[in-house]
Design a protein around this ligand. Sequence first.
Ligand code: SF4
Length: 194
Amino acid sequence: SIISNPIADNVHQLVDHFPLCMQHLYQNLCENHHLKHYARIQFNLFLKGIGLTVEESLAFWKKSFSEIDESKFQRDYAYNIRHNYGVEGKRQDYKPLNCMSLITKHRPNSGEIHGCPFREFSQPNLRTKLVQMGVRNEEHIREILNLAEEEHYQVACTKYFEITKGLLDKNNDNIIETIEHPNEYLNASVLLEK
Ligand code: SF4
């Protein structure tokens, strides 16, 4: 049954390991019970990269789109979710999107929230988001904002990782390479906790 599924329910428990792009999508999904097209693709493929099966993914979206009834869900959303998993249409098995794709392709129009926040957010919005995510040291905030402004988005994301995981304080800031993929960010974060 797609109604109760432990893995779909447990996506929530992984949130602290999500990179900023996925945190942002997830927060919006929780608040609005909806995500637009490209945001859905971005997040769905990320879930696939985490290891959710197509059934688990469908259960997750069904639960998250709590204000949408079953027939509308099936009609408007389920097909695309399955399509990302390669079980519909051309049966192409789509890979989770890497940072370069998220930074350069299908850039969000106004009202859309997908893509890479280090690229898409204005400096004041990025500052607000960083503070909200617990980055409080002004020097750290400036460092990330400057990297984003200089278009070093992935380096900014890597710096954010190091700062929020407390790696700078331990003086071992070379512990990770530059982030290339949201799922790589998640995996590195999970590993650190072990
Ligand atoms: Fe996400 Fe990559 Fe941007 Fe980091 S650099 S926020 S992982 S798209």
